[in-house]
Design a protein around this ligand. Structure first.
Ligand code: UDP
Length: 327
């Protein structure tokens, strides 16, 4: 019997890709998801335990049933705009869920955690490249809740011996290269799927959120990482923990920033179509520039993103064209 790994949020975009990779690596990925933002039909690679992390009794029963060797924790609300409008929701759900999960892990004697954090913990840093030692100054409740969970993990590590690899993601994009799974949110807020929606006519246009930023073309700059590359890092993170290498924090970014306009141009090149665009106002909570300036994941974990922006868009486009959004 394969060793189980609990994947919270395994019915979501990144979590479902983790399940696929875990299965390929010989593990049994057990999805824990309440389907608030996930999709039952994305659970294809192992068993499904439906429930909310706030439900401690359910969580304890799940740990007892599967006796996982590790947890990958993806389940969280992650819409920056929503977190600005409704911060309490983010503090309640993301924080309470993580606290219950860590409690349940320590009671069950499950010591290894791979945690999905975000570059949003860094906030605005005056255009510098961000590395793991950059100060954390989140400017929205989403980033603040993830920073708080990082600290919470530190407390549990000291108290209960839990060891964690914390990954601070930059902007994740793309889809499974085999198009079995991909990105789908309702409502969709992320740039790449919205650009593809505008191309395919599912939306009338893509609104650029702000053209007056202090960047070469006036639009925000982000560092995009292919979801398949990102997940390879998670498998390496699990290996890292199981080899006894202990707590670590890694940025997962490429070190290359693309503006919103550059993403649009790349999508036009990949698809051969034109993106109808509206120049809109800034979206509250958005930082001007978030780009990783770290080689730590490469130097210590042996991870380097291999797929460039055009490949992310091509894979996302293939998934989009399969009509997977017709849920
Ligand atoms: N963006 C945009 N129009 C949209 C959605 C996003 O201009 O309809 C911009 C957004 O302001 C940010 C970038 O695209 O600069 C990436 O946004 P996304 O929501 O994908 O990820 P985030 O950086 O917020 O995690």
């Amino acid at each position: 019997m394969a060793e189980a790994v609990l994947v919270t949020g395994g019915a979501g975009y990144i979590g479902s890709h983790a399940c696929k990779a875990l299965k390929a690596a010989g593990y049994l990925p057990v999805t824990c998801d309440d389907l608030t933002t996930g999709w039952a039909d994305a659970v294809k690679f192992g068993p499904f335990e439906q429930g909310a992390l706030e439900n401690r009794a359910w969580l304890d029963a799940v740990f007892a049933r599967w006796q996982p060797v590790a947890v990958m924790h993806f389940a969280a609300l992650s819409d920056v705009g929503q977190s600005v409008r409704d911060p309490g929701l983010y503090w309640r759900r993301n924080i309470a869920g993580a606290a219950n999960l860590l409690d349940a892990m320590s009671v069950a004697g499950c010591r290894h955690l791979v945690f999905s954090s975000t570059c949003a913990v860094y906030g605005e840093q005056d255009g510098v490249l961000l590395d793991e030692t950059s100060p954390r100054r989140p400017i929205n409740a989403y980033g603040a809740s993830k920073a708080a969970i990082e600290d919470m993990i530190g407390n549990f590590s000291a108290a209960c011996g839990i060891e964690a690899v914390i990954f601070r993601y930059f902007n994740v994009a793309g889809a499974d290269p085999e198009a079995e799974i991909g990105e789908f949110h309702r409502p969709e807020t992320h740039l790449v799927p919205l650009v593809l929606d505008a191309i395919s006519g599912r939306r009338p246009a893509l609104t650029i959120f702000g053209t007056d930023y202090d960047t070469p073309d006036g639009t925000c700059i982000r560092d995009y990482v292919h979801v398949a590359d990102l997940i390879e890092a998670h498998i390496s993170g699990l290996d890292w923990l199981r080899a006894g290498r202990g707590n670590a924090v890694f940025n997962l970014g490429s070190g290359r920033g693309y503006s919103v306009r550059e993403v649009i141009e790349a999508a036009e090149k990949v698809t051969g179509e034109t993106v109808p665009v509206i120049e809109g106002s800034r979206r509250p909570g958005d930082c001007t520039r978030l780009v990783s300036g770290s080689r730590k994941a490469e130097d210590e974990l042996g991870w380097r993103p291999r797929r460039l922006l055009e490949e992310m868009i091509a894979d996302a486009w293939r998934w989009h064209q399969r009509g997977a959004y017709r849920r």
